[in-house]
Write a protein that binds this ligand. Structure first.
Ligand code: ZN
Length: 404
């Protein structure tokens, strides 16, 4: 029954094209996200939550007041889909009791367990996939469907629950999901604990993300006619390569995993006169992260000494921080996950995120927000699929979690 409800809701939500766009610089980045927002406000009101509303930035907020002896909890999911693949005219197919065989998305694309290991875990489950022309949007409409079905369950069955603050955000996929978040809405209800439902398998939760910094390295050379260049020209591009080669060669995304950090060269732009290198610096460990940043500054110093002028200019800009340091001070938000899984005889373990989450930014804003699974896999592209049984598992865990 719950499973059918999740599917029905999910199929409705993915009929809205909610792709965000990092280049519009408006809030929300695309107005079409508000169409889903409006629909969700109406659905919340239909469930009986009359205070549901959408603000000017396209954030949907609603509060289901509950047992005052329990700590209020926030439940958050994002409405937008990734700019990496189209989210328009999605044609989802529901496969019941998936048998592990190859699924043809279209004439030239297929989903199979050889290529996508995670699919083997979905054998026997209900899965939803695309026709290969768009993404699916389970990231994160699966999260919205789980939250809505939970609210429906609580209200229809009169379940005991803490005050729940619901938020559906725009623009998560372009890194702006926390930009216009209404912290006061949470403060007014004394809510400092929340969860995003934006992960994959419900067997994992995330509360460790990268510390993140952007480095821009500007190299100023000396451009001279190549014919007269002898011992005079300084080709900034050659110097830029030298700079790059002074960084540890194996500390790059394609050579690192788990808790290993990296310096990722994201772009090079250069002429003989001037070259700009852009990097992102990432590490879970704050000390190692600081060492990486220091290395950039040390190489700058060393090379400026060598050349006798400010040939290298390094600008470091911090982007986000690992939420772990702060979550550790409010570990009850993790205890609740563990207790709920234990009560259901499920195992759910932490997994470090090799990236950031909106939850990390919310945590630094005073709302301690680890991330939970929602059953979506192969996100941001046409191979995306949703494991409905996994979404259902998440629903059961949440129903258990709100009892505490
Ligand atoms: Zn997401």
């Amino acid at each position: 029954m719950e499973k059918e409800q999740i599917i029905k809701r999910f199929l409705k939500y993915v009929s809205f094209d909610t792709q965000s766009n990092e280049y519009t610089h408006t809030h929300p980045s695309t107005l079409k996200q508000k169409d889903l927002g409006k629909y969700l406000v109406n659905e919340l009101k239909d469930l009986g939550i009359d205070n549901a509303y959408m603000d000017e930035y396209g954030y949907v907020y609603a509060t289901l007041h509950g047992d005052k002896s329990l700590k209020p909890l926030g439940l958050i999911a994002h409405m937008d889909t990734s700019p990496d693949a189209s989210g328009k005219d999605i044609k989802p197919t529901v496969v019941d009791n998936y048998d592990g065989s190859t699924i043809k998305l279209n004439d030239h694309m297929e989903l199979n367990t050889n290529q996508f290991d995670c699919l083997t875990k979905s054998i026997g489950h209900t899965i939803i996939h695309t026709d290969g022309s768009t993404l699916l949007g389970a990231d994160d409409k699966a999260g919205i469907a789980v939250i809505m079905t939970l609210l429906d369950d609580i209200i229809s069955n009169n379940l005991n629950h803490p005050t729940l603050l619901i938020t559906f955000t725009p623009d998560e996929e372009i890194g702006e999901g926390a930009d216009n978040f209404n912290y006061d809405y949470y403060k007014n209800e004394n809510c400092i604990l929340a969860y995003t439902l934006d992960g994959g398998s419900p067997d994992y939760y995330n509360y460790e993300n990268f510390n993140a910094c952007k480095a821009v390295v500007k190299v100023i050379g000396k451009s001279i006619h190549p014919g007269d260049a002898y011992h005079n020209m300084i080709n900034s591009q050659t110097v830029a390569m030298k700079f790059h080669n002074m960084l540890p060669s194996n500390m790059i995304p394609e050579e690192t995993k788990g808790y290993e950090g990296f310096n990722h060269l994201t772009s090079i732009n250069g002429t003989c006169e001037e070259t700009t290198l852009e990097y992102i610096i990432r590490n879970h460990d704050i000390n190692k992260f600081n060492n990486q940043k220091e290395l950039f500054k040390n190489i700058e110093k060393e090379m400026n000494n060598e050349y006798g002028y400010n040939i290298i200019n390094v600008t470091l800009t911090d982007q986000y921080q690992n939420m772990k340091e702060l979550i550790n001070e409010h570990f009850e938000v993790i205890d609740l996950i563990n207790k709920a899984n234990k009560a259901l005889n499920l195992t759910c373990v932490p997994e470090p995120i090799r990236g950031g989450t909106d939850g990390a930014r919310l945590t630094y804003g005073g709302i301690y927000t680890p991330n939970l699974g929602n059953g979506c896999h192969n996100c941001h592209g046409p191979y995306e699929y949703m494991d409905v049984d996994e979404a259902c598992q998440m629903l059961h865990v949440l129903k258990e979690l709100i009892k505490e």
